[in-house]
Design a protein around this ligand. Structure first.
Ligand code: AMP
Length: 202
C-alpha cells in the first residue's frame, strides 16, 4: 500500500524541486520576497498584512512575476483566467493576455450587472460573499484562478466552488504569496493544482 504511493511521492518531490529550480532561473525569489511590504496590525490587530503594491511598482519585478507565471501555465491549455476582487485584478488580466486567454472577474456582491452565481465564505478576518456572471465560462474550459495571497484558503475555495458550477475540464489555482502556517492548501480537493511564488510562515 505504502509502496504503491511511492511513485506519486517521488513525482511530487521531483515536481517541487524542478519548480524551485525553474523559479530561480526566471525570478529572483529573494528580491521579490524582500520587496513585499509587511504592515503589522492592518486592517485589524494581529494581522501581518502583506502589501503587494510594492511588488507591482517595480518594473523589473512586475516583469519577472508575469514571465514566471507565464512559464508555469503556458502549456496547460488555459482558456480563462479568473481574478478575485480586487488584488486578483492586477496580475490576472496581464497573465490572461500572455496566455491568450479571456479574463473573468469574481466580484463582491452588488457589483456585477447581469445574472450571477454566488458563494459565501469566511476569511482570516470577517465573512464575505463572491459572485461571477452566469455566462462567464463554458463547460469544458480550462480555468486558472488567481489571487494575490493564500491565507486560510476560504476565499479561493469559495471561488473554486463557484467555477465548478461551469463544469470546467480542469482548474488551476495560483497565488503570488502563500502564508504556509495557515495551511490554506487544506481547503482544496486534490484535483485542483495549486502554485504560489513566495512563501512566508505567516
Ligand atoms: P483567505 O480566504 O483567508 O485565504 O484570505 C485571502 C484573501 O484575503 C486574499 O484576497 C488576500 O488579499 C486577503 N488577505 C488575507 N490575509 C491577508 C494578509 N495577511 N495580507 C494581505 N492580504 C490578506
Amino acid at each position: 500500500m505504502v509502496y504503491g504511493l511511492l511513485p506519486f511521492l517521488v513525482q511530487g518531490i521531483v515536481y517541487n524541486l524542478s519548480l524551485n529550480l525553474f523559479y530561480q532561473e526566471i525570478m529572483n525569489i529573494e528580491k521579490i520576497k524582500n520587496a513585499v511590504r509587511n504592515i503589522p496590525d492592518f486592517p485589524i490587530p494581529g494581522i501581518q498584512f502583506k502589501d503587494v503594491t510594492t511588488l507591482f511598482k517595480d518594473a523589473q519585478i512586475l516583469r519577472e512575476l508575469i514571465d514566471g507565471l507565464y512559464e508555469i501555465y503556458k502549456d496547460k491549455g488555459i482558456t480563462k483566467v479568473v481574478g478575485i476582487e480586487s488584488r486578483g485584478f492586477i496580475m490576472g488580466p496581464l497573465l490572461a493576455v500572455r496566455l491568450n486567454a479571456g479574463f473573468i472577474p469574481i466580484r463582491k456582491p452588488g457589483k456585477l450587472p447581469a445574472a450571477v452565481y454566488e458563494e459565501t465564505y469566511s476569511k482570516e478576518y470577517g465573512a464575505d460573499a463572491i459572485q461571477v456572471h452566469q455566462d462567464a465560462i463554458n463547460s469544458g474550459e480550462i480555468v486558472l484562478l488567481h489571487d494575490d495571497l493564500l491565507a486560510t484558503g476560504g476565499t479561493m475555495a469559495a471561488a473554486v466552488n463557484l467555477i465548478r458550477k461551469f463544469n470546467p475540464q480542469k482548474i488551476y489555482v495560483n497565488f503570488i504569496i502563500e502564508l504556509e502556517d495557515l495551511k490554506g492548501r487544506g481547503a482544496f480537493d486534490s484535483d485542483v493544482q495549486i502554485d504560489s511564488i513566495i512563501k512566508y510562515a505567516i
